[in-house]
Design a protein around this ligand. Structure first.
Ligand code: HEM
Length: 524
């Protein structure tokens, strides 16, 4: 035993200050006489109060409301029927049965930290894999596509979707103002206003990396990949608007509680990780660009190939330490996984770690929830809240730079041939060529079951009834280009509710929604 260290008594319940001083009175501050005034040297009081004053960190600028759980990812060692090594050398996938610890944070997107979990909103599905080669973050959503395809538009989109800067209330007119000027959002809107826009809870929903990545094998050859999480035994379930309203009347925490309680009773949710693979390249034969995140890759051409299974089996011990301070980013890849040229992906990759340095602090990667569970040795040091030095045991502590001949850290050997794509193009500011903004929106509309189509139309009519006429007309034109019946039904629904500008309807009231009940959903 360390002679200077007092023996820790595990059963010692004595309250102390953060300085280790036993607290002998936690009810009364020190005062001149028992009626006050108090004095400034009340160290215990000042410490307690000033820590309380700092209990919050900035909430995430998007995805503020979330719930998390720990678990394990088990690899199948194959991708579909082929050895996974044909496509990627990433170690976590190679051997059948290989286990990698994970932490997952689910979230809603637009509203604040304690907002209802019944809202129509994409759901976040972010997974941190603590692999032997360091961390891999797969930062996904429940829906497989996104609203926009250029990252420059993201802050505007979020401003339009978040509460109005004056009233502090979300406004469908602002929302659809932006969307009606961004035709590429039509496909995402088609999913979002259908029952797929309100998953029943976090367990019974899919996940998707949305953006296109690459897999790289030992020869340095790459393929394009998309990642998808498919719920296993718990299935998929979405809500109608009426069902969501009913739940929200009783609880606005139902998804957090559902996840927590399922894990507490040992009913561990499971997902299969599937990939879609496409040869690297531009694929001019397709009517969409494989890097366009507003598009699905058709599963008849690019089937879902299972690569492993994830089980969530442990609740966090402390919400703030683990869930709130967790930090995921699209730049966090391991060897064998790579970026594609998807410009959204590059935009996201800057944004995540940038916001985390502000939201959590410069040393956020030293927090246990974010730190890799493997060898970490950097020459980075200092900054607020440095917790330790990331030094290797055999490292000369005087050498915090590289290269050095005096026992400092050294570069790792190359794990395989680098993937070295070649570029030869003009530097431009231009949208992509194959935009096809409406084709897949129509296919998605036609793939819905009748009750899902009815819900979609009713939800859109409700939201658009709160918008002025030119916004409605632009949206109707997009839906019509997607599918004439789709456009006609929204148009007819809006004709029945009247015109907001003529004062026939109250924009805050919208229209009455009484729909068919939801049911178990088929995966898309
Ligand atoms: C969270 C930016 C698109 C999924 C965030 C955060 C930022 C951000 C700043 C907060 C991160 C934090 O505070 O830790 C962006 C930008 C995007 C974009 C700039 C586009 C250019 C997407 C897309 C998806 C997505 C397409 C879906 C695949 C998520 C998820 C979270 C998140 C799941 C929450 C992560 C967590 O639980 O901590 N995003 N995002 N984002 N984003 Fe994005």
């Amino acid at each position: 035993m360390d002679g200077n260290k007092p023996k820790q008594d595990e059963d010692n319940l004595t309250l102390t200050t953060r300085q280790g001083h036993p607290v002998r009175d936690n009810q009364n501050i020190r005062t001149v006489g028992n009626r006050g005034p108090s004095t400034l040297e009340n160290y215990h009081f000042l410490e307690k109060m000033s820590h309380f004053d700092r209990e919050r960190i900035p909430e995430r600028v998007v995805h503020a409301r979330g719930a998390g759980a720990h678990g394990v990812f088990t690899a199948y060692g194959k991708v579909g029927d082929e050895p996974v090594s044909k496509y990627t050398r990433a170690k976590l996938f190679q051997e059948a049965g290989k286990e990698t610890p994970v932490f997952v944070r689910f979230s809603t997107v637009i509203h604040g930290g304690h907002s209802p979990e019944t809202l129509r909103d994409p759901r976040g599905f972010a997974t941190k894999f603590y692999t032997e080669d360091g961390n891999w973050d797969l930062v996904g959503n429940n829906l497989k596509i996104f609203f926009i395809r250029d990252p420059l538009k993201f802050p505007d989109m979020v401003h339009a979707f978040k509460p109005d800067p004056i009233t502090n209330v979300q406004d469908m007119q602002r929302f659809f103002d932006f969307v009606s000027m961004s035709p590429e959002a039509t496909h995402m809107i088609t999913f979002l206003f259908s029952p797929w826009g309100i998953p029943a809870n976090y367990r019974q929903m899919q996940g998707s990396g949305v953006n296109t990545y690459k897999w790289v094998n030992a020869e340095g050859k790459a393929v394009l990949v998309k990642y998808h999480w498919e719920p296993l035994k718990q299935g998929i379930k979405n809500l109608t608007q009426a069902e969501a309203n009913e739940i929200q009347a009783k609880s606005f925490n139902h998804a957090t509680l559902d996840l927590y309680e399922a894990i507490e009773r040992g009913d561990y949710p499971e997902w299969e990780l599937c990939v879609q693979i496409m040869e690297d390249g531009e694929h001019p034969e397709l009517d969409f660009d494989p890097l366009d995140d507003t598009k699905l890759w058709p599963t008849d051409k690019f089937p879902f190939l299972p690569v492993g299974k994830m089980t969530l089996n442990r609740n966090p011990e402390d919400y703030f330490t683990e869930v709130e301070q967790s930090a995921f980013g699209t730049g966090v890849l391991v060897d064998g996984l790579d970026f594609s040229d998807d410009k959204m992906l590059q935009g996201r990759t800057f944004s995540y770690s940038d916001t985390q340095r502000y939201r959590v602090g410069a040393n956020y990667l030293q927090l246990p929830i974010n730190a890799p569970k493997t060898h970490v040795a950097t020459n980075q040091s200092g900054g607020q809240m440095q917790y330790k030095v990331d030094r290797a045991p055999g490292q000369n502590p005087h050498v915090n730079y590289e290269p050095s001949s005096m026992g400092g850290l050294q570069e790792a050997p190359k794990p395989g041939k680098d993937h070295e794509p070649e570029y030869n193009a003009r530097l431009v500011r231009e949208p992509i060529d194959r935009q096809n903004n409406f084709g897949q929106a129509g296919e998605t509309y036609r793939s819905f079951e009748p009750w899902e189509q009815d819900e979609l139309i009713a939800n859109l009519v409700d939201a658009l009834s709160q918008c002025k006429q030119d916004i409605r007309e632009r949206m109707i034109s997009y839906f019509t280009q997607a599918d004439p019946e789709y456009g006609r039904r929204v148009k007819e629904g809006l004709e029945n509710v009247g015109d907001i500008e003529s004062g026939q309807i109250d924009p805050q009231q919208g229209v009455d929604l009484s729909h068919e009940k939801g049911k178990e959903a088929d995966p898309y």
